[in-house]
Design a protein around this ligand. Structure first.
Ligand code: X8Z
Ligand code: ZN
Length: 628
């Protein structure tokens, strides 16, 4: 077996970084990650006999300190890379990430010497979180670790820089980036124009596939190195239950909401078949380019095509925002105001000076929205290419949800500076945004004259469902695809085939024509080249309704869930911030209990929220042949 450094250095380095004699005192040496990594291979055997609970506590303290420094270095480099993609920043970010990888792998192995000891709850929790913390698990080989770091960085850059170029009418080459192509997907209702934009973006991903294949092999090797069957097993281990139980949970939750999705699918397909008569039939799967979104993951952009009662309620939030001259900064400020009015903290001044809210004209950036705490110490920022529209109004609240989580747990040890699980992190902003409903938008003067009759309600609910419900199968299948890629059931030659099998099976979506032999369509979705697990978003769609319900209860709301907005309610804000402040310090069911009073994830609140629509859809779809 290869070692990261020559084995003669191992013991010396080990003693320098995690002294065996520490016995309760925090080691005082500043660990260099390389040295820490070097300790990995021998630690378990050399330290095991003398390890005590006090050693474990000291070890955790040291790891938290080291990680804070390493994460900060990596985040600074990554921030610059994401907001200024060049060959240099790509390497700098990869190098910083590599240091984290090496350190984390070594620390995880080192921590095995505490196995079987009776530890206090915080120490045990921290060691558990350390074990599941590797974003890019390092193989036990320095060259491979470095290669993995570089590949991961390259894949994100390729995606971020992605453009589709073709000869224009005047013979000149014209290129369109994802933002431009997205614009077409949102606004065009022309079959060919939509297909052209869809096909265009899907030419960006084939060059990513060879890198992705190597990445799969390397993260799997790294995961085995850290004691997991494969990288998917590591991802599934992050929910305070076994990977098999987690798969069961996902399936259970999907089962709760699937009938509602099928009803939405059926209704929308009927409308699209009318709109695109002659091009598609009202049966089977829906062509993937018609749903207003590059990945057909959220469909609210085609609301105009499927509106149940045309003209009954003007829900054109985009037009309203534009009419009022709201710019990118104002949109972000509106988000902050919502949280502040709940009684939560203001954003630090540095948020406004350091965030990237508008796409720079002079350089390549990764536009996919993200939220950061660069120093794990309230250096919070958003990176986003805001366009003033309804999607972005919701996304800004989503990102601020992450930022507010950071703001409430940044004084905790770094290992606890995470969501109760990653679905919690994704759900906060969305739960809050459920209160940014038309009634509220009318109150703050964005929307005018929102009627409250039955037809307007159905319009509104359908529009909501196009985003919230339509997303569910996509949220589920993204990782279903990767789980089987990681465990080897899906071979590289079948990547695209299995992707479309899942898209067909769960979403009832299919490509408009045969895909080219070199197509790598999963790579055209950010989170796949960017190595971001996706089950979190599925869970967040479920959780946000549960959280919304609890916040509404705290606010004393009476009446159906869909009529609730907790805007300005301090009791709801208090309840939320208390849960946020827990970070990951306790298993997620405890955080869940704090906010909702239960320890289970449950789709019931989502179903209750959409009850009026659900009844209406059943009526509409009567006698039609639903399903695909
Ligand atoms: O990636 C995101 C956020 C950043 S965590 C913008 N989302 C998923 C996506 O865009 O695919 C939010 C919804 C789902
Ligand atoms: Zn997010």
């Amino acid at each position: 077996m290869k070692h990261l450094v020559p084995s003669t250095l191992l013991v010396a380095a080990l003693l320098a970084v995690f002294p065996a004699s520490a016995h309760g005192e925090a080691p005082t040496h500043a660990a260099t990650p390389g040295a820490a990594a070097a300790t990995a291979a021998t630690t378990a055997t050399t330290m095991a006999p003398s390890a005590t609970p006090a050693d474990a506590k000291a070890f955790v303290k040291k790891v938290n300190e080291d990680l804070k420094k390493l994460y900060t270095d990596a985040a600074r480099a990554d921030w610059v890379k994401n907001t200024y993609i060049t060959d240099d920043t790509e390497v700098l970010s990869a190098d910083a990430a590599e240091k984290v990888m090496v350190y984390v792998a070594a620390a995880i192995k080192d921590a095995t010497r505490f196995n079987g000891l009776a530890l206090d709850a915080d120490t045990a929790r921290a060691l558990h979180l350390l074990k599941i913390s590797a974003d890019l698990p390092a193989p036990n080989d320095a060259a491979k670790t470095a290669e993995l770091a570089r590949i991961a960085s390259q894949m994100t850059s390729l995606y971020g820089k992605g453009k589709h170029c073709k000869k224009g009418k005047d013979g000149k080459e014209e290129c369109r980036d994802l933002e431009q192509l997205t614009n077409v997907m949102q606004k065009s209702r022309d079959w060919n124009e939509l297909l052209d934009a869809w096909n265009g973006w899907h030419t960006v991903s084939p060059p990513i596939q060879p890198l992705f294949q190597k990445y799969v092999a390397l993260v799997n090797e790294g995961s085995k190195n850290l004691g997991f069957d494969d990288d998917g097993a590591l991802w599934k281990s992050r929910y305070d239950m076994s990977p098999a139980q987690f798969e069961g949970e996902m399936e259970r939750l999907w089962g709760q909401v699937k009938p509602l999705y099928e009803d939405v699918h059926c209704y929308v397909r009927g409308k699209l078949a009318q709109k695109y008569a002659g091009k598609m039939k009202d049966e089977g799967a829906i062509p993937a380019h018609l749903l207003g979104n590059m990945w057909a993951q959220e469909w609210a952009n085609i609301y105009d095509t499927v509106e149940p009662y045309p003209g009954e309620a003007s829900l054109d939030v985009t037009a309203a925002l534009k009419a009022q001259g709201i710019d990118e900064l104002r949109l972000a400020k509106m988000g902050e105001e919502f949280f502040v009015n709940l009684g939560l903290k203001k954003l630090p001044e540095t948020f406004w000076t350091r965030s990237m809210l508008v796409k720079p004209k002079d350089r390549e950036v990764v536009c996919h929205a993200s939220a950061w705490d660069v120093t794990s110490n309230n250096d919070v920022r958003i990176k986003m290419c805001i366009q003033v529209d309804e999607d972005n109004l919701i996304t800004i609240h989503h990102e601020l949800g992450h930022i507010y989580y950071y703001q409430y747990y940044y004084d905790k040890p770094v290992l606890f500076q995470q969501g109760a699980h990653d679905g919690f992190h994704e759900a906060i902003g969305d739960a809050v945004a459920l209160s940014v409903n038309p009634t509220y938008l009318q109150k703050i003067g964005v929307l005018k004259g929102v009627p409250s009759n039955e037809k307007a309600l159905i319009n509104l609910q359908l529009k909501d469902a196009l985003d919230k419900v339509a997303f569910l199968p996509f949220g589920y299948l993204m990782d279903k695809w990767r789980w089987d890629v990681f465990n080897g059931k899906t071979k590289p030659a079948d990547y695209n085939k299995s992707w479309w099998q899942l898209r067909r099976q769960y979403q009832g979506i299919e490509p408009a024509g045969a895909r080219p032999a070199n197509a790598f369509d999963p790579g055209a979705k950010y989170h796949i080249p960017a190595n971001v697990p996706y089950a979190r978003y599925f869970l967040a769609r479920i959780l946000q309704f549960q959280f919304h319900k609890s916040l509404c209860d705290a606010a004393g709301h009476k009446g159906p869930l869909h009529t609730c907005s907790v805007a300005g309610n301090k009791a709801a804000g208090k309840k939320l911030s208390e849960m946020l402040a827990m970070g990951a310090s306790k298993p997620w069911p405890e955080a869940m209990k704090k906010l909702t009073g239960t320890e289970q994830m449950d789709g019931g609140a989502l179903i209750a929220y959409f009850e009026p629509l659900s009844k209406w859809l059943k009526d509409q779809n009567k006698g039609r042949k639903c399903g695909w």
